[in-house]
Design a protein around this ligand. Structure first.
Ligand SMILES: [Zn+2]
Length: 256
């Protein structure tokens, strides 16, 4: 009896939700404004997104003015190479994209996921064919329990659906519930996440000798992605690349 009621309530809710989507128009993931089209953003909003699919540093994904092909490396990576092998970013993390990413991360807004995954699949088109596993940056289980979802796992699954590359969403675990990286300096961020990740014992056999592409929503200083890379390489990953939706672009990264 009670399970029947539960089922009825659930299907009624699902019905109301689809009715709501039908009655109220889409809200743009970029401007937040409602519009009549089917897509999660208007052509005008699309024009505001800063795509990073031009010349870029092969190691960190920073946009650059000169394209030297597969040898394009920025000054920062020449001075100190990142822990991972190569990185690709789909869009710049800026005034245009910030709202869409915060809504994905904190409110669990999913209607832009398919579009975001397409952008990431395009940005990673040269590294994804050689990828064995897409592995998202994990949340600590306590944060996962309170938030209810991991936006990086959603993005990894989205890219997997677009490209057929397999996702191993539980390969990494976060051992410590580290404080948020917000407001910390680059050095503090590195210290905050150092040694915070490990490859789950049950997944070590799959990671050993494999080519992994780590997936995250935003690359800021790269401290979290570097800590995850080290954990994967400790477990024997042959190659670790990085694919993010958005990247913070600083003036210092643009010089070569
Ligand atoms: Zn670089």
């Amino acid at each position: 009896m009670s399970s029947d009621m539960h089922w009825t309530t659930r299907s009624a809710r699902a019905g109301l939700r689809s009715l709501a989507n039908f009655v109220w128009p889409q809200r743009s993931i970029i401007s937040g404004e409602r519009h009549g089209g089917d897509a999660p953003l208007t052509p005008e909003d699309f024009g505001r997104v800063n795509f990073l699919n031009g010349a870029g540093c092969r190691r960190c994904g920073a946009p650059m003015e000169v394209d030297l092909g597969s040898d394009t490396i920025c000054g920062a990576c020449t001075a100190k190479a990142p822990a991972w092998d190569q990185a690709r970013a789909a869009i710049a993390y800026d005034d245009a994209s910030r709202q869409s990413i915060l809504e994905l991360k904190h409110a669990g807004r999913r209607d832009g996921l398919d579009t975001m995954a397409t952008w990431m699949a395009l940005a990673g088109r040269d590294i994804l064919p050689e990828t064995d596993w897409l592995v998202p940056v994990p949340l600590h289980y306590q944060r996962l329990a309170s938030r209810g979802f991991n936006q990086s796992a959603w993005l990894a699954q989205g890219v997997s659906r677009k490209t057929g590359t397999l996702a191993l969403v539980d390969a990494l675990s976060r051992k410590r519930n580290t404080p948020s990286q917000g407001g910390l300096t680059a050095r503090q961020r590195r210290r905050n996440v150092a040694g915070a990740f490990e490859v789950r014992k049950s997944r070590q056999g799959r990671i050993k000798g494999s080519a992994v592409t780590l997936v995250d929503d935003v690359l800021t200083t790269g401290a979290t992605l570097a800590a995850c890379t080290k954990a994967l390489k400790r477990a024997g990953a042959a190659r670790v690349n990085v694919l993010v939706l958005a990247r913070v672009v600083r003036e210092a990264d643009v010089t070569i």
